[in-house]
Design a protein around this ligand. Structure first.
Ligand code: SF4
Ligand code: SF4
Length: 443
């Protein structure tokens, strides 16, 4: 694609990077076929190619974002399916990140939109604050249908996604010793922000599996939200501050073999720290090192000998490949290989390249599209008639679980169970319900 940025514009490293990305696009449109928003509605402006044109026009003319550009960029899930499909290697992720930051700087959103975004940005990355908000949401949850009926769709979406139980406590930084003689490795585990409040069993399972395999696990003091929640809202300064805090926390820990992450959306962002902080002299080098150490839990476990201590549970697992894992990190094989090796019967979900509609805060900010994507995803999963759904991302688990009676668990919970840990709680509860009310088990 031809571009016409001036030399003065190209002096800005973000513009220079976007120009490079734009020039790589050859307008072929292959990406449209795998873009969830285009697949749903067939609107070119809600396809990657359409968005690329909108971004090019906005950046080239150095214009403030318009309501139209904002609408179509806001509808983008950042699922990155377009990057997997693109034959020209267009780095859409960095382009849309730049566009979002430009929108945040130059577009005056309607008051309600602004308030909701500010609330999400001020609450979700901070476990103590978010815990209080979740506590309130548990009380309000029964009124989700009422909120929907009076047109408060985003509030209804938030209430539906909130758990029925009170949130758990954020994790305390500490070191978990390797089990058995001789330490075989040492890793930091990203405790994150939302993950441990909603589903502490995920990191607990990861810690059990890792320590059982002789790996010492450190939850570092000062590490917190990876920054992706605000990064995807275009709030760059906040995202970079959160990235720097994590880099400080992890580089203070000696002898790390890896930084292990159980939420693939966070993993994609941490792996991008080197790019995000490339112009920050104080952090660029350390950011690159941290990004190189970052590993998804399945990616790291695939490098270790994983003996099955139990006979194969033999359950049919519908493996939902989170977009951030398959498109963002290009990790597709390892989670399934690990499950198969441990005796699970793994089924791929048809149209697995399409997002479930979770996408960070997307299912709150764009509830209609998110619901349609969930219904589509749940339909394809239920037709497989699995015993359990496995995914590598809490966002997908919550989104999918809100639309089905099937239990949704993290892949590492199944790995833990098959190697000597407890049965995943969602599966156990489902089985207990099923034994009492067989009809409840029907997908
Ligand atoms: S990131 Fe996903 S939703 Fe956005 S343009 Fe690419 S394929 Fe479409
Ligand atoms: S597939 Fe790649 S090159 Fe083709 S239109 Fe999409 S982004 Fe551009």
């Amino acid at each position: 694609m031809q571009t016409s940025f001036t030399l003065a514009q190209l002096a800005d490293p973000d513009v220079a990077e976007s120009e490079k990305i734009l020039r790589a696009c050859v307008h072929c449109g292959f990406c449209t076929a795998t873009c969830p928003t285009y697949v749903l509605d067939g609107n070119e402006l809600d396809s990657p190619r359409g968005r690329i044109y909108l971004i090019k026009d906005m950046l080239e003319n150095d214009r403030p974002a318009t309501a139209e550009v904002t609408l179509h960029i806001d509808r983008c899930l950042s699922c990155l399916a377009c990057m997997t499909t693109c034959p020209s290697g267009v780095h859409y992720m960095h382009l849309v990140d730049h566009a979002r930051a430009h929108i945040e700087r130059t577009y005056d959103r309607p008051l309600g939109d602004r308030l909701l975004r500010t609330m999400l940005a001020r609450l979700m990355p901070y476990p103590q604050r978010f815990r209080l908000a979740l506590g309130a949401a548990v009380i309000g949850k029964p009124f989700a249908a009422l909120a929907e009926a009076i047109g408060l769709k985003r509030l209804a979406a938030m209430l539906r996604l909130a758990p029925w139980h009170p949130p758990h406590q954020p994790p305390v930084p500490r070191t978990y010793a390797a089990v058995g003689p001789g330490r075989k490795g040492r890793v930091a585990l990203l405790a994150g922000c939302v993950n441990d409040l909603l589903a502490p069993q995920i990191n607990a399972a990861a810690i059990r599996v890792l320590t059982r395999l002789g790996i010492e696990v450190v939850v570092a003091e000062g590490a917190g939200c990876c920054g992706s929640l605000v990064h995807h809202m275009g709030r760059e300064d906040e995202a970079l501050a959160q990235a720097r805090a994590n880099i400080d926390a992890w580089t203070a820990v000696d002898n790390l073999d890896a930084i292990v992450i159980t939420t693939s959306g966070c993993g994609t962002t941490v792996k991008d720290y080197g790019f995000m902080l490339r112009t920050d002299r104080a952090y660029a080098e350390r950011a690159r090192k941290v990004a190189a150490l970052a590993k998804d839990i399945s990616e790291y476990l695939a490098t270790l000998p994983l003996p099955a201590e139990h006979s194969a549970p033999g359950l049919v697992v519908a493996y939902h490949s989170a977009c951030s894992l398959q498109h963002g990190q290009r990790i597709t094989r390892q989670p399934k290989d690990l499950l198969v090796k441990l005796g699970f019967a793994v089924k791929d979900v048809p149209d697995g390249h399409l997002c479930c509609g979770s996408a960070g805060t997307y299912n709150i900010l764009q509830p209609d599209i998110a619901r349609r994507l969930r219904e589509r995803k749940v339909g394809t999963i239920e037709r497989l008639r699995p015993d359990v759904i496995a995914a590598g991302n809490i966002g997908c688990m919550t989104q999918i679980a809100a639309g089905t009676k099937l239990p949704a668990v993290h892949t590492v919970e199944l790995i833990d169970w098959a190697t000597g840990g407890p049965c995943p709680s969602a599966l156990l509860e489902h089985r207990q319900r099923w034994s009492m009310h067989p009809s409840a088990a029907a997908g």
